[in-house]
Design a protein around this ligand. Sequence first.
Ligand code: AMP
Length: 212
Amino acid sequence: MIVVLLGPPGAGKGTQGERIAAALGVPKIATGDVLRAAVKAGTPLGLEAKGFMDRGDLVPDAVILGIMKEALAQPAQAAGVILDGVVRTVPQAEGLAQVTREIGKRVDVVLVFDIADELLVARLSGRTTCDKTQKPFTGLTPGQPCPDACGGTLVRRADDEPEAIRNRLRVYQAQTAPVLDWYVAQGANVQRIDAAGSFDDVTARALRAVGR
Ligand code: AMP
């Protein structure tokens, strides 16, 4: 089963994506994680992506399509995959449709996380992330050791600073919201869930929406 997670930054796609992936027994791919790892490793991909990411702008479609193609070709994805933040523009959605066609598959569910902007800003501005596992935490201070005792340190993402957050929300409205209309026009299986509430409540809604 291929599931595309759509929704603004801070809507919980990462956390819920992990839970859905575990429940379905399939991997999750997040282009944001792939790009952050590349930035940390200082690879050519990371050097190209860093400026866009720090400002909260989108990395060019051609870069994302390359990551998407490579990721979907992995054998681990045979049973399906949860795509978190992988599709953020209409050309990327078209590219994904082509890549999935080429491997004899299709997007089974487009899961849309609905949430109010005020909640997003509050969540993102109070967020820290483990520099090792990229797991997000709320209400903790940058610089402290990761509570999971994984050896990582909590950091504040450059794009969780107020100006970058505002830009990411603008970018979402301008470039990613039209992806939802595109999927609806294609007759895709679009499922909307209320993304406010406890982790467990949202997971339950998400699993119902993907048919579990
Ligand atoms: P995320 O971790 O999903 O919030 O992504 C962090 C940043 O990585 C975004 O603000 C973009 O700069 C970049 N990024 C991640 N996925 C994509 C994508 N599909 N298209 C363009 N840029 C992306």
